[in-house]
Write a protein that binds this ligand. Structure first.
Ligand SMILES: [Zn+2]
Length: 360
């Protein structure tokens, strides 16, 4: 609970980038097409283990109808717990409203893995969104004891999300939760291992929110390494083969530029860590996908899951309703990227090397 209050008092408000002008100028700049569209009738050769029934051939959709844009923005929403303490927490009613609004506006949940790889399985025409929960709170997730084990507490964020997803099976499923190296993340029913096991078995993903929620911008390099590495060492003690993939910076504060990278890749007491991305606090933006050349891997943006302020979740709902061309709209095919041809210059090398790019 204390960390939640710290978050509230010390949040670093990020500057909101004036995205419409930026993307519009990008569109205006685009003149000739230099790369031929790579039209393929077969899925790109990949090591994907995805069942064939869930894939759709790249030519199986009409882009003029669904207007896919797989370089458009994907919001990553930052939540904490379920309590009446805005703007960092949501009540049960508010969180349910958020989920319903996402659903009604055509957003569909994706996993952290889909976000990190760009292999988005969202159905054609819909917009992916990923939910994150910081601080390891007992109102984010907790277990309840049953006769034969554990079940999720239905009044926690994950309990509410589970119920909503059951009622709306096409909403998708999943979220990622970020915790500390205490032994009482997510309440005190069961052990941390019991709680992590439940989350992992139900399709949720775990990430590092540092050992003690200290402000990384105030620490020395050895202190930063200890703050980050202690969590990885704790995870290693529970799951010897597991490595966390994402770090969320407490208060959105990154370490001193001189040793910035030490928070993301390093070694602490023989345990190594190597994060694919670092997520900052909301409000921030623009929400480019990992396949965009300007994706900020180690300072990736999140939107705060709240209502009533510039740059929060509802502000962005309105923004994307007014600027639908900036949204990521799925083509339904994880190994292909349909993009409007004017967006081509946004493709990263990673996108060009790993996806069938189809311009229209
Ligand atoms: Zn936090």
């Amino acid at each position: 609970m204390i960390v939640g209050i710290l978050s509230l008092s010390s949040c670093k408000v990020q500057k909101i980038v004036d995205e419409p002008k930026e993307e519009l100028s990008q569109v205006a700049k685009s003149t000739t097409t230099t790369v031929e569209p790579e039209l393929t009738t077969e899925p790109a050769k990949e090591t994907s283990t995805e069942p064939a029934t869930t894939t759709i051939a790249p030519t199986g959709i009409d882009p003029e109808v669904i207007k896919p844009n797989e370089l458009g923005h994907i919001m990553v929403v930052m939540y904490h717990g379920i309590m009446d303490n805005p703007p960092y927490h949501r009540t049960k009613e508010e969180f349910t409203k958020d989920l319903q609004t996402m659903y009604d506006l055509g957003y569909r949940l994706i996993t952290l893995d889909e976000y990190l790889t760009g292999r988005i399985k969202t159905e054609p025409g819909m917009t992916p969104i990923h939910l994150t929960f910081d601080d390891g709170l007992d109102t984010t997730f907790a277990l309840k004891k049953t006769a034969d084990g554990f079940t999720v507490d239905e009044n926690t964020a994950i309990g509410i999300l589970e119920d909503f997803c059951k009622e709306h099976p096409d909403f998708g499923h999943g979220a990622s939760l970020y915790f500390h190296d205490t032994e009482n993340n997510f309440g005190d029913v069961g052990t941390d291992k019991d709680r992590f096991d439940w989350l992992l078995e139900h399709g949720y993903e775990l990430g590092n929110h540092t050992a003690t929620h200290d402000n990384l911008s105030t620490l020395t390099e050895p202190e930063v390494i200890k703050e980050v590495g202690r969590v990885e060492k704790y995870v290693e003690s529970l799951y010897p083969d597991m490595k966390l993939r994402v770090l969320t910076y407490p208060f959105g504060a990154t370490p001193d530029d001189a040793f910035y990278q030490s928070a993301l890749k390093g070694e602490y007491e023989g345990t190594t860590y190597d994060y694919e991305i670092g997520l900052r606090e909301g409000p921030s933006g623009p929400f480019r996908p990992i396949t965009h050349k300007d994706f900020q891997r180690y300072n990736a943006p999140r939107v705060r899951g709240s209502e009533g302020e510039n740059g929060d979740l509802y502000w962005y709902f309105d923004y994307y309703e007014e600027n639908p061309s900036f949204k990521f709209v799925s083509d339904g095919y994880p190994d292909a990227m349909y993009i409007p041809e004017d967006w081509e210059e946004g493709l990263s090398d990673y996108a060009k090397e790993n996806f069938s790019i189809i311009k229209y």
